[in-house]
Design a protein around this ligand. Structure first.
Ligand code: HEC
Length: 144
């Protein structure tokens, strides 16, 4: 009897978890418009994310720009989106390396990132954009 009830509860839980995960998806338009430019932006005292992460073979990898272009093609952006999704867990800010790794440890980030403390705290406007993307922001509603 008890085991039946546990099984029933487990089914209910898995249903509600998958339902809420479905609400939070990563939006490609938001990514291309708002997030990708951050990877190319030069921050004072820091190398660009792109400088290291297009060379590296870590979990977070960016496509190489075509020589002569200053932004990724549609196809490259699609690929970047898939690659960035490896380090962004929709709706789970704590588990998303994209948010934790480049953030200063005092502000809740990971203790070490070879690329440095790219974001001093969570008020950094670029960090907020990354956070909103992971949180499920869609381009149409992003202006709020
Ligand atoms: C100077 C080079 C450099 C720069 C600039 C840099 N990173 Fe990194 N990053 C690394 C290296 C090397 C690692 C893997 C080792 C580690 O954890 O530090 C890494 C790890 C990561 C990880 C963890 C996943 C993985 O691939 O291991 C994320 C996410 C990440 N970086 C995001 C960023 C973001 C976002 C930026 C720009 C805001 C950035 N990095 C800038 C070198 C860099």
């Amino acid at each position: 009897m008890i085991s039946v009830r546990i099984a029933a509860t487990a089914v209910l839980m898995s249903v509600s978890i998958s339902a809420s995960a479905a609400d939070q998806t990563l939006d490609y338009a938001y990514f291309k418009e708002r997030v990708e430019p951050i990877f190319l932006k030069k921050r004072p005292d820091h190398a660009r994310c792109y400088a290291c992460h297009s060379e590296s073979n870590n979990a977070f990898h960016l496509e190489k720009l075509t020589p002569g272009s200053s932004f990724w093609s549609e196809e490259q952006s699609r690929r970047n989106f898939e690659l960035a999704a490896r380090v962004a867990i929709p709706g789970n800010l704590e588990a998303s390396m994209l948010l934790k790794h480049p953030l200063a440890p005092e502000a809740g980030g990971d203790a070490y990132h070879s690329g440095g403390r790219q974001f001093a705290n969570k008020n950094d406007p670029d960090w907020k954009i990354l956070m909103q993307w992971v949180g499920g922001a869609k381009l149409a509603t992003a202006a709020k």
